[in-house]
Design a protein around this ligand. Structure first.
Ligand code: ATP
Ligand code: LTN
Length: 333
């Protein structure tokens, strides 16, 4: 029997700071689960990260730690290709080309651009604006069928599809038009301090996020301080953003349903509930933190992994890039 080609998955995360529980539940946990069924390609999107000013020493440290943390979460370099974006030059090259197939109006409508330019009003650079065409290049280089991301990236994916369709229509079928793959549970983990905005690793208030490497003490403290409401009832309902968020996190790490959680905490106050959520998260993160300490101590292994990943990724990416250059009409070198 002829073996069927596995579908290709591509996704990436920025090493823009310490990776949070939101990144993990919204994205990373799914990546790990998809590795057996799909041909997976995962990347650290470090070119995206410099759209916001970075301190060089911190940036280097964040990137290496993020690489080690993803391995610790279960990204398996034997099963998947796992590389660092800036090590594969095709990303920057295709991004330039796609910039010329992306409209100013389209980029202006991106909510992430609007949010980030409000947050970094002193540095609204062209890279921040063109961020989505680099992201489109990431995905299209690998002819990805599916892109697992949190709900906040939906708009960027739709733009990627539009760019791919536009290019295919202008020349001939070149890019696979990708679909999003957004989890039902955990797609949008909210800040513990402001449950109306997403948990973000670049949040200035560290109490708003749980970092994957936070110690058990810190995790318990952050959950205890989490914003809830005055209703004092563990119930999933409209208007109860803080409690809904905590219930979502608890459901993700324990596998319990919302009904089960409501029953578990019937007649009990938020204090008990927050302690239970904190403990469940600590337990869930413990083995990941232990593996992280082992990986980060072995720099030679990390280097060999990301070099091998970049070599494998480059072969695929360069194939797509040459096709694109040829179709546009660049003289071959
Ligand atoms: P930054 O704060 O620097 O913009 P970020 O925390 O939003 O970063 P990214 O690197 O941009 O993280 O995103 C990595 C992945 O994590 C993406 O798939 C994104 O959808 C997902 N993600 C980010 N924040 C959350 C969240 N709060 N809930 C669920 N998924 C999330
Ligand atoms: N913009 C993404 C990170 C990212 C990405 C990608 C995700 C960069 N390139 C390609 C999926 C596919 C984010 O999650 N903020």
């Amino acid at each position: 029997m002829e073996e069927q080609r596995k579908q290709v998955i591509f996704s990436a995360i920025q090493p823009s700071g310490t990776i949070t529980l939101g990144n993990y539940l919204g994205a990373l946990k799914n990546w790990v689960a998809l590795q057996d069924e799909y041909d997976c390609i995962f990347s650290l999107a470090d070119l995206h990260t410099i759209t916001v000013r970075q301190d060089p020493a911190k940036f280097r440290k964040n990137a290496l730690e993020a690489y080690a943390l993803l391995l610790a979460c279960g990204i398996d370099p034997q099963k998947s290709i796992f590389f660092i974006q800036s090590h594969v030059s095709a990303h920057a090259e295709l991004a330039w080309v796609l910039n010329c197939y992306t409209q100013f109006g389209e980029l202006s409508r991106m909510t992430q651009f609007k949010d980030k330019s409000a947050k970094h009003a002193d540095n609204i650079n062209a890279g921040l604006f063109a961020y989505p065409s680099l992201m489109a290049a990431d995905i299209l280089l690998y002819q990805a069928d599916l892109v697992p991301v949190g709900a906040d990236q939906k708009q960027h994916l739709e733009l990627t599809r539009d760019i791919a369709e536009r290019f295919n229509a202008a020349y001939s079928p070149t890019f696979t038009v990708p679909d999003g793959y957004i989890p039902k549970q955990g797609a949008r983990v909210m800040s513990l301090q402001d449950p109306t905005s997403k948990m973000s690793k670049s949040d200035e208030n560290a109490n708003g996020f749980i970092a994957m490497l936070d110690s058990p003490d810190v995790i318990m403290k952050k959950f205890k301080r989490a914003v809830t409401d005055s209703d004092a009832c563990v119930r999933y309902a409209e208007g109860k953003d803080g409690v809904n968020n905590l219930m979502g996190i608890y459901a993700c790490v324990t596998g319990k349903t919302m009904d089960e959680i409501e029953r578990e905490f019937e007649g009990r106050g938020y204090g008990d509930f927050k302690t239970a959520v904190g403990e469940a998260v600590v337990d869930h993160l413990r083995p990941i933190q232990e593996r992280f300490s082992q990986y980060i101590a072995d720099k030679a292994y990390l280097e060999s992994c990301y070099r091998d990943g970049a070599a494998r990724a480059s072969r695929i990416a360069n194939r797509t890039l040459s096709k694109v250059m040829k179709k546009i009409g660049f003289l071959p070198d």
